[in-house]
Design a protein around this ligand. Structure first.
Ligand code: HAM
Length: 425
């Protein structure tokens, strides 16, 4: 037994790990960050902890997360602080604090945020996890909803995943004011048949009864009135427009009128991405509109929409589909003989300057050991340099996957690799 272990529900993300290997984690984060930047989103980094009141206010005091799941503590100055359970409220707080919305709207921001929830750990559910997120702030236009959802779909597609997209609208507060009494009336009429948790939600947060997992409750809720039948004209039009836009770019979605999402700030469009084969924790991402959140936090009206994608869960989905991280190295330089060893640093530096991900032996291994190291480092090519090669300027390039070897002139090495690898990345 090691003297200390990572806390329960907080996995280490290390190279080669069985659960969440850092190679795949890095691949997911990098794919997301590169893509979000390509869509005009800019990086935002907020502190890992915030004033507890921010989350109490934004997530509503009745929500499950505020009641049970927050990591809150009092610091040495007597302030109540909370580790970030989700990324949207801190982003809106920072936007308002720095007047970012004054510099033109919509404001498009992305983040890679360590997040913390005191949940019961299980496969795919952690107490410390990472959310890749975007927030598009300041426009109510349906095209923003469509862009955010298309961006999420493209992100998964780029990784080789095809999660199902479930889409719904929960209307604006006006629609819910008409709908909720109908739902509550229905739930009360079935009060005796519902489990305790559901009964409690009738009073505190009736919409969330749709999240109930008890089979009998689900049967009852299958008969419940649906928000989509109580939408005002403007919310119905908005939702229609979002669907048309998504269809126009070939995004497939499934309408799910019972999709309510776990956070209380949502309005109108809500969506989740569900990956097959992950068991109970199969929601690899989700988001929606939060048009009233800024005002709830004391700011001006700033409609917004965004998503949060669970990096660790996406890694699990990639593993379930047998998708591996791209090779981490382009080239491993193998040096044979003492004279060459003296030059290997120079050769590797030259390759690095040319843009190749390169490494070389730093443990004075023999040829076999160096090739093994090249394999372990997941290099695509080994460039083998012996004294003869050094003398006539012709290196042996070995494809580590096929084992095929070819002599390549030194001044043609970069072109050769470029052809084989489609350019430096
Ligand atoms: P959320 O649905 O609570 O939304 O979380 C987003 C994603 O984070 C989930 O779909 C899931 O993939 C991942 N996730 C949540 N909890 C855990 C956990 N305990 N362990 C592992 N992964 C987890 C939000 O947080 C919103 N802020 C998303 C958003 C952004 N809405 C608008 N903008």
């Amino acid at each position: 037994m090691p003297p200390y272990e990572a806390p329960k529900g907080a996995p280490d993300i290390v190279p080669g790990a069985q659960k969440v290997p850092s190679e795949l984690y890095h691949h997911v984060v990098r794919t997301g960050e590169d893509l979000f930047a390509r869509y005009g989103y800019r990086l935002i980094v907020t502190p890992v902890f915030e004033d507890t009141a921010l989350f109490q206010r934004s997530l509503a005091e009745t929500s499950e997360m505020v009641n049970k799941e927050m990591y809150s503590f009092t610091d040495r100055g007597g302030r109540s602080l909370t580790l970030r359970p989700e990324g949207t409220a801190p982003v809106i707080r920072a936007v308002l604090e720095h007047n970012l919305h004054r510099a033109g709207l919509p404001l498009k921001l992305y983040y890679t945020a360590p997040s913390f929830r005191y949940e019961q750990p299980q496969a795919g559910r952690y107490r410390a996890f990472t959310q890749l997120g975007v927030e598009a702030i300041g426009s109510e236009e349906p095209v923003v909803d469509a862009e955010v959802i298309e961006l999420g779909s493209r992100f998964y597609g780029g990784l080789g995943l095809q999660p199902e997209l479930l889409l719904n609208t929960i209307g604006h507060p006006g629609c819910r004011a008409v709908y909720l009494p109908k739902l509550v009336e229905f739930l009360r009429s079935h009060f005796d048949e519902l489990d305790e948790d559901c009964r409690r939600k009738i009073e505190t947060n009736p919409l969330r009864t749709f999240d109930c997992k008890v089979p009998r409750d689900r049967e009852i809720l299958a008969e419940a009135p649906l928000i989509t039948d109580y939408l005002c004209g403007s919310c119905a039009d908005h939702f229609e427009a979002v669907q048309e836009l998504l269809t126009s770019v070939g995004i497939k979605f499934q309408l799910d009128p019972r999709l309510v999402r776990g956070l209380d700030y949502y309005t109108r469009t809500t969506f989740v991405f569900i990956a097959a084969g992950l068991g109970a924790q199969d929601e690899v991402g989700g988001g929606g509109r939060y048009d009233g959140l800024s005002e709830l936090l004391g700011g001006e009206s700033l409609p917004g929409i965004g998503f949060g994608l669970g990096v660790e869960r996406i890694v699990l989905a990639l593993q379930a589909d047998g998708i591996e991280a791209p090779d981490s190295l382009d080239v491993y330089v193998v040096a044979v003989g003492d004279e060459v060893r003296k030059r290997v640093f120079e050769i590797a530096t030259g390759l690095r300057s040319a843009g190749w991900k390169t490494d070389f032996d730093q443990a004075a291994r023999a040829l076999k050991g160096q090739l093994k190291a090249a394999d372990r480092a997941a290099a695509k090519f080994a460039v083998i340099v012996g004294e003869r090669e050094l003398a006539d300027g012709r290196y042996t390039v070995r494809n580590m996957e096929t084992g095929h070897e070819e002599p390549v002139l030194l001044d043609q090495l970069t072109d050769y690799l470029k052809d084989e690898l489609n350019g430096p990345h």
